[in-house]
Ligand binder design. Structure first.
Ligand SMILES: [Zn+2]
Length: 155
């Protein structure tokens, strides 16, 4: 089962890492409980939050995270929802949109020269136009997930 998530303002960093992993995760900056619940229902998403006031609400679509630490939160989400083999680098970390392939020639002048020279595969976000490639920053994120023993849960 592929879950979709809605992170509230208490877990924005978590949302960014989930997007990096390719997990469909939107962010709601809305604090009002009712609005958040309505949005989650409308978009068929599970609310992720650290806000304990949600513990009082009986709904299958709310998951109140136990930890206050980013990588423990991520581990908790992956284990609770049994996430396996996510498609890394398929979503925009800024806006959650699915990334599209873009020809190398078209990113010329839009990415650093070194990057252009050493990479052949690029993707872009059709909404915010951010360009992505599998550079050293991606490797650093993967290394971090390995160090936190999260990578082995996924692959
Ligand atoms: Zn975007």
């Amino acid at each position: 089962m592929v879950y979709r998530f809605l992170c509230d303002a208490t877990v924005i960093k978590l949302a960014k890492w989930m997007r990096f992993l390719g997990i469909d995760t939107s962010i709601a900056h809305e604090y009002k409980t009712k609005a958040l619940l309505d949005l989650a229902k409308k978009e068929n998403r599970i609310i992720l939050t650290r806000n304990r006031r949600f513990l009082k609400i009986k709904s299958e679509n709310i998951h109140v995270l136990k930890s206050d630490f980013l990588f423990e939160e991520l581990r908790e989400v992956i284990m609770t929802f049994r996430i396996k083999h996510p498609a890394i680098l398929t979503r925009c970390s800024k806006c959650n949109t699915v990334l599209l392939d873009i020809e190398k020639e078209k990113v010329k002048g839009k990415v650093p020269y070194f990057t252009f020279k050493h990479h052949n595969e690029f993707k872009f976000c059709p909404v915010c136009n951010k360009i992505y490639w599998k550079g050293s920053h991606i490797n650093l994120m993967i290394e971090r997930l390995k160090k936190e023993e999260i990578w082995e849960l996924l692959f």
